[in-house]
Design a protein around this ligand. Structure first.
Ligand SMILES: Cc1ncc(COP(=O)(O)O)c(C=O)c1O
Length: 344
């Protein structure tokens, strides 16, 4: 592995940076060869977009309506829901929004050959845990490949175990370890779970080609950098968290507990409540005929000690993101509290 860090290029990087980068690349089955460290999810998503723009020489970006990519200036505008930007009196001219899985619109937009990157969430956090399927995701990847567009998976929410697989793309059947270039995104962005939410840290996993286009020579390394990117505290924290997740078999636990929650909800509530998502990246939907509003249920759940979250892009749904250590007892508490919250 190259022993230099882009943040202090061209000096050697710290052992802990190498170790964490190595760990992430190993988890990806060496599908990627380089890691760029940043601090927040939004910063890493924007970094990936800058890398795509530099690598392709193109100017524009496609994101999906109802997606969420963070609230820094550019990522706010990649976020498809106008809720986040309507108070602003400006918008960039190079972000195009397409309805998720509207391939006719995608093909039209990508045909312009102006698009540097398509940014997508394999399993979305803020739009009712909507997810791509093996079919639609591979169609998206193939379309990007045939038009020279970089495909960026924003796994800030769904990555590193939450979906019951290490990467969200695996949960939707894309297979991060595939040897077929067109079957996997060009870059994957991870963050939140990397330090268990404790220390700000995000990372972009990328391939040699895109990395070299940006950082290939000392004079080139101007496109992106971050004072705190790769800081030692975050590196150590990332190493410890990934080790705990691995040793505790928490990815497997996320898959098992997600399945159990699904079974328990189907058994207790029939069609009154449906569960969507993958692993522990979940969303509850209430039957429209129920007397209780989603807000009533949400507030009752909070009172009962269950943290759930309304969805900006799906007001009839409640986001559930239990920690990866969630166990059988906690599932029973969740089901009981939900039952109480549904009482008229
Ligand atoms: C999918 C996704 N992308 C990007 C972000 C932005 O991350 P941050 O708040 O760390 O900037 C989030 C945060 O919720 C997210 O869920």
């Amino acid at each position: 592995m190259q022993r230099t860090s882009v943040n202090v290029f061209p000096f050697e990087c710290a052992e802990s940076q190498l170790a964490l980068a190595d760990k992430l690349l190993t988890l990806s089955g060496q599908r990627f060869q380089k890691v760029f460290f940043a601090t927040t999810g939004a910063e890493a998503v924007e970094s990936a977009v800058k890398f795509a723009m530099t690598s392709t020489g193109r100017t524009d970006v496609v994101a999906f309506r109802d997606g969420f990519h963070g609230l820094s200036m550019f990522s706010s505008f990649m976020t498809g829901n106008p809720f986040w930007t309507e108070a602003l009196r400006w918008k960039p001219g190079n972000v195009h929004h397409v309805d998720a899985r509207n391939f006719a619109a995608l093909e039209d937009t990508l045909a312009s050959r102006k698009i540097a990157a398509v940014v997508f969430e394999p399993v979305a956090g803020s739009s009712a845990a909507q997810h791509w399927t093996a079919d639609t995701a591979s169609r998206l990847a193939a379309l990007c490949r045939s038009t020279g567009t970089k495909l960026i998976a924003d796994e800030v929410y769904c990555g590193l175990g939450r979906t019951g697989t290490w990467f969200g793309i695996d949960a939707i059947g894309m297979d991060v370890k595939s040897t077929e270039a067109s079957a996997v995104p060009d870059m994957i962005v991870v963050s939140k779970g990397l330090t268990g939410g404790l220390v700000p840290l995000s990372a972009v996993l990328m391939n040699d080609g895109d990395f070299d286009a940006v950082f290939g020579a000392p004079g080139k390394a101007k496109v992106q950098g971050s004072t705190f990117g790769g800081n030692r505290l975050a590196m150590q924290c990332g190493l410890i968290v990934l080790d705990l997740v691995e040793r505790g078999r928490l990815v497997e636990n996320a898959a098992a507990m997600g399945a159990l929650i699904g079974e328990r909800i189907a058994a207790r509530f029939d069609s009154r409540v449906t569960l969507h998502g993958k692993g522990l990246a979940l969303s509850l939907k209430l039957d429209a005929r129920l007397d209780r509003s989603m807000t009533d249920v949400w507030l009752d759940l909070i009172d009962g000690g269950v943290l759930a979250m309304p969805n900006s892009a799906a007001p009839d749904s409640l986001r559930l993101s239990p920690p990866l250590i969630f166990g059988v007892d906690e599932v029973e508490v969740l089901i009981d509290r939900l039952d109480e919250a549904l009482q008229p």
